[in-house]
Ligand binder design. Structure first.
Ligand code: PEP
Ligand code: MN
Length: 377
């Protein structure tokens, strides 16, 4: 493109974009601008700069074939037809969903969350196999479970230090001491650690934690989500007991709106009329989420079923339908576990599940023909 063309573009844009589309589009619909693959970088920057000067935020997703500019804010002030007419623009779409940064339309490629300085990658073929006890109970317990799950192929160690228990008389977790023990297990095994936060005031204790878990009961603790948005830690956010997929995405959006895009979503079953299992595992959430969002999606078959013998079939099913990982409770002595013993696997059972999941993933990749376990790719 010639320099004089650029001048024209800039001048035209500045005059034209000020025109307000009156009354047609009430509300604050997000806009997506698909930029042509051969567009000159300076001209794309001009466009972004101009949009931002209108008090609008942009979210840029640069892919192999096109760049997408997501525009967040009151986009009614932008003239859609005029932008579509720019020679560097391939198309413009309005997005009606309330989740924006999490929306796949904003970011067509799968996001990959890096954990523990790249020790584990989650998403786009990176599979998280997270295992460990519901609660950290003692040094011997967490170190021995950590060693055995690592040997079985786990990529991260889980363990609750702050426990959200239904009864105030039940074991509430070892709290700060529990985190210390997890860090010791991390030093021993090299496994990144995942543990739940219940109160934003505890954040300083989580400095060396690799992934902060937001439990189902806190999925809509918006003040906590906002605080986590101010960190750059990977956040594993679980679907609430009675929350929709869209509500889960809105919770992720809270974290992303604060600037933290390192989010892993987790389907862990929802409450239904069924009593044979602890919850009802909504596996259809996996493909639905993959369609709606670029964020990785993992499955928790332990809390979903509440029964150790159902964990393997549901873990296999999750791997078959394209989950980006699993989080599974493993205890060295389930009958004596201080929390969730009924759903906890013994280390050798976990080893069997890990093997089965590897087989299923390889088969799914073959069936999908894309080398990916995600059927949507
Ligand atoms: C847990 O992971 O131990 C836990 C309490 O999970 P959830 O929030 O899914 O119930
Ligand atoms: Mn548990």
């Amino acid at each position: 493109m010639k320099a004089c063309g650029e001048k024209h573009f800039t001048a035209g844009l500045f005059v034209g974009l000020r025109r307000v589309t009156k009354g047609r589009e009430k509300g604050r619909k997000t806009m997506i601008i698909i930029v042509k693959p051969d567009a000159r970088e300076e001209r794309v920057h001009d466009l972004i700069h101009w949009i931002e000067s209108q008090n609008l935020r942009t979210h840029i997703s640069a892919g192999d074939y096109s760049t997408i500019i997501g525009v967040i804010g009151d986009t009614t002030k932008l003239d859609e037809e005029l932008i579509s007419g720019l020679d560097i623009v391939d198309g413009v779409k309005r997005v009606s969903e309330p989740f924006k940064s999490a929306n796949r339309k904003f970011h067509p490629q799968d996001s990959v969350v890096q954990v523990g300085e790249g020790k584990a990658l989650v998403g786009h073929g990176g599979f998280a196999l997270i295992a460990g006890p519901c609660s950290v109970e003692s040094e011997e317990q967490i170190i021995s479970v950590a060693k055995s799950v690592k040997a079985a192929g786990a990529t991260m160690l889980r363990g609750g230090a702050f426990k959200p228990r239904t009864s105030p008389y039940d074991f509430q977790g070892l709290k700060a001491d529990g985190i210390e023990l997890l860090l010791e297990a991390k030093r021993e095994t090299g496994l990144p650690i995942v543990t739940e936060i219940m109160n934003a005031n505890h954040l300083p204790l989580f400095e060396e934690v690799d992934v902060i878990q937001v439990g189902a009961r806190n999925m809509q603790n918006f003040e906590l989500l906002k605080e986590l948005g101010r960190t750059q830690k990977p956040i594993l956010i679980k679907r609430g007991l009675a929350n929709t997929i869209k509500e889960l995405l809105m919770s992720a959006e809270y974290i992303m709106a604060g600037g933290n895009e390192n989010i892993i979503l987790c389907e862990r079953g929802v409450r239904t009329f069924e009593t044979a299992t602890r919850n009802t595992l909504d596996l259809s959430a996996v493909p639905v989420l993959h369609e709606l969002t670029h964020l990785p999606v993992i499955v928790d078959p332990s809390h979903a079923t509440g029964v150790a013998r159902y964990v393997k079939p549901m873990a296999m099913a999750a791997a078959a339908c394209g989950a980006d990982g699993l989080i599974i409770e493993v205890h060295n002595d389930p009958p004596h576990a201080l929390c969730d013993g009924a759903q906890s696997l013994r280390p050798e059972q976990f080893e069997d599940v890990a093997r089965a999941v590897r087989v299923i993933r390889a088969a799914a990749a073959e069936v999908n023909g894309s080398g990916s376990a995600n059927p949507l790719q």
